[in-house]
Design a protein around this ligand. Structure first.
Ligand code: BGC
Length: 253
């Protein structure tokens, strides 16, 4: 039996990454390509880069694409770390048109939702029972909520108000960098944030993702929270893998 292949593209504020995905193993099938996000990150310019990446692989099949935005039926409704002209853009139609694809072969979804789909499918598949939340700590904080493995799309828990502030402006990984916080200082902020979230949704498991999940041993043990918190397994590839799964399973935002 041959490998089942898919294709995912993960669009972020600084880079656009894409690759073929081995859907049986839940891994990248090749070396991924990363191209800097155009500045300004307007829809047309971003679509050109997505096409360039897909073309480099000679891929003609279905494509899953993430955006750091709330996506409902292909349309972007927020634009936190990308150009504001995405607001109201039918991203699914734009990408399908640029890739000359049938619209049913293109799915666009929130980046954290895609990462969550990858983690729940391949990273922590035995822990999907109950309420599971994936949190991505990067430039902002993304979230994906699952009940018994089924996604509740477009939760925006990164924007919970904590002590009068938008949580991601206090506890994103970028804040640790910008303010040169120690692991202990940053973990204190993350704990404060997670405790606020716990009081509202009482999760059974939290999966911590984003670039900092690579250094999970430095900060997960410092968290003072009620819920079991584990590190994401797929690290930086989760968005690409999850996007490829989403288009195969027709999971829309
Ligand atoms: C956005 C989310 C996104 C997260 C991670 C937040 O600022 O509101 O939609 O998932 O950043 O990129």
């Amino acid at each position: 039996m041959g490998t089942t292949l898919g294709f995912g593209v993960d669009i972020g504020g600084s880079g656009i990454k894409g690759c073929t995905v081995d859907l049986d193993a839940g891994k990248l099938h090749d070396e991924r390509i990363r191209i800097a996000t155009p500045d300004p990150s307007k829809p047309d310019a971003v679509a050109d880069v997505v096409k360039q990446i897909v073309d480099e692989f000679g891929w003609r099949g279905p494509v899953g694409i993430t955006l750091p935005a709330v996506i409902k039926r292909g349309v972007a409704h927020t634009a936190a770390n990308i150009d504001k002209s995405w607001l109201g853009t039918d991203a699914a139609a734009l990408f399908a048109d640029r890739l000359r694809q049938d619209p049913k072969n293109v799915v666009v979804l929130n980046d954290a939702d895609a990462a969550g789909i990858a983690e729940i499918s391949y990273g922590w598949p035995h822990d999907r029972e109950g309420v599971v939340v994936l949190l991505t700590f990067g430039t902002g904080i993304g979230s994906a909520l699952f009940l018994d493995g089924r996604l509740v799309p477009n939760t925006e828990f990164g924007h919970l108000e904590v002590d009068g502030h938008d949580a991601e402006t206090r506890a994103a990984a970028s804040v640790k960098e910008d303010k040169d916080l120690s692991w202990a200082e940053w973990a204190g902020r993350v704990s404060r944030y997670i405790r606020g979230l716990e009081d509202l949704i009482w999760p059974d498991l939290i999966i911590a993702g984003g670039g900092v999940s690579k250094k999970a041993d430095k900060w997960l043990p410092l968290l003072e929270v009620r819920t079991r918190v584990v590190a994401a397994e797929l690290r930086n590839d989760a968005g690409i893998v999850g996007a490829a799964v989403a288009v195969r399973e027709n999971l829309h935002g």
